[in-house]
Design a protein around this ligand. Structure first.
Ligand SMILES: [Zn+2]
Length: 142
């Protein structure tokens, strides 16, 4: 079985914005968890939030499918960076740089979106509306 590119996940439960001096982390509660990835395709799994008891149904991608998704985000980010570079060239080389500014702004937005897709990608998607929960890669040290 191919290695899972991001085996550790973290479930975020966004709490009410009530300030408590005893709890400086008053807007989120997180807990680490793992899922079993299928050999290929997608599989179903569940995780229970320890803060509110909600059971979230998850769709879990195989390591290969998830790796392909990360590659697509990275390629999109590279294309967006090329768009930004092309926009900079147009801005410098033309007397009326409107097209260059459009390329710069659009390319920059695309860089932000694709980089976020790559950075926050997990290959695990909740079914339905998971609010107030989010699933992110676990980048903390254990
Ligand atoms: Zn919860």
């Amino acid at each position: 079985m191919p290695a899972d590119p991001r085996p550790r996940l973290r479930l975020w439960h966004l709490t009410e914005s009530r300030f408590s001096p005893r709890s400086p982390d008053f807007t989120t509660r997180t807990t680490a968890f793992t899922v079993r990835r299928p050999l290929d395709g997608d599989a179903r799994d569940t995780v229970t939030c320890p803060w509110c008891g909600t059971e979230l149904r998850l769709r879990v991608s195989s390591p290969e499918r998830f790796r392909r998704s990360l590659r697509q985000w990275a390629l999109g980010c590279a294309a967006a960076l090329l768009t930004v570079a092309a926009g900079a060239v147009v801005v410098v080389a033309t007397p009326l740089p409107v097209a260059g500014v459009v390329l710069l702004v659009g390319g920059f937005l695309a860089v932000v979106i694709t980089a976020a897709g790559w950075w926050w990608g997990t290959g695990v998607r909740p079914d339905g509306s998971p609010e107030p929960h989010h699933i992110r890669p676990d980048r903390s040290r254990r």
